[in-house]
Ligand binder design. Structure first.
Ligand SMILES: Nc1ncnc2c1ncn2[C@@H]1O[C@H](COP(=O)(O)OP(=O)(O)OP(=O)(O)O)[C@@H](O)[C@H]1O
Ligand SMILES: O=C(O)c1ccc[n+]([C@@H]2O[C@H](COP(=O)([O-])O)[C@@H](O)[C@H]2O)c1
Length: 225
């Protein structure tokens, strides 16, 4: 892909030596292409850390839309909750933001979820768009272990966001097709949200109100310690 770089917002930090970023790729001017963020995740449950990350990248990279993509069956972790619950919680959490949408591609494809398939499906669905895959520092640090990693770089620009408790150096990757963005630190994880519900602690203000109510209504995470 070509016009994949940040849109020049002061808080965006392109990876590697800024001098290596071609001038013409700093803005979207004249490209005529839509810019779509792809926020993949297990979202078990979706929380404000996810939403802030997506919102910050949308602003800094001048994205037209951020598509949240709940995983079907990730190979690297066991989701506690069936995909349909995770999908519906993600719909509820994103409903009020006109730039946020939710895709079922990973759920409907079936089988194990790999980002290579996610990005190929979204590229087919949006041939007129440049894709920006959004990931926390913890997840992006593992990218070299992802399926077909060499083919991933041509499908999207990768944006790693900061996450409390996790450090990540873009320079640890052999290619610098990853941008790094500092976002407001929210020490929230889905693991902790599940554990809190299991122990009878509230998750108000960690997840959107509608997600709290969905968790209660469907008795999710009650047996998680
Ligand atoms: N608090 C956060 N700040 C920044 N990025 C985050 C945060 N929480 C999750 N992410 C990123 O969002 C994406 C989806 O995360 P995921 O759904 O696995 O949530 P999680 O909180 O890491 O879940 P779990 O605790 O179950 O592993 C990943 O790229 C992850 O790094
Ligand atoms: O493609 C892979 O091999 C791969 C391995 C681990 C994670 N991912 C993707 O990274 C995103 C975040 O994953 P997670 O587990 O942190 O929710 C999600 O979209 C996963 O499908 C992808």
């Amino acid at each position: 892909m070509t016009s994949s770089m940040p849109a020049g917002h002061p808080s965006s930090e392109p990876a590697g030596d800024p001098a290596e970023q071609p001038e013409g790729e700093q803005t979207r001017e004249g490209s005529g292409r839509r810019r779509i963020g792809v926020m993949g995740g297990t979202f078990d449950p979706v929380h404000h850390g996810h939403l802030v990350a997506a919102s910050e990248v949308a602003t800094s990279f001048d994205l037209d839309e951020v598509v949240f993509v709940p995983t079907g069956r990730p190979w690297h972790k066991e989701p506690v909750t069936p995909a349909e619950h995770r999908y519906l919680m993600t719909v509820i959490a994103t409903a009020s933001n006109p730039r946020f949408t939710v895709s079922r591609v990973d759920i409907d494809r079936g089988g194990v979820t790999y980002t290579i398939d996610t990005l190929r499906d979204l590229q087919t669905a949006h041939p007129d768009a440049d894709l920006f895959f959004i990931s926390g520092a913890d997840a992006i640090a593992q990218i070299l272990n992802w399926k077909d990693v060499d083919a991933l770089w041509d499908l999207a620009h990768f944006v790693a966001v900061s996450r409390p408790g996790h450090t990540f150096a873009v320079s640890s990757l052999p290619r610098h097709d990853v941008s790094y963005l500092e976002v407001p630190a929210l020490a929230i994880s889905s693991t902790d949200c599940r554990s809190r519900v299991g122990r009878g602690f509230p998750v108000w203000y960690l997840v959107p109100d509608g997600v709290v109510q969905y968790i209660t209504k469907h008795h999710l995470y009650r047996s998680v310690e």
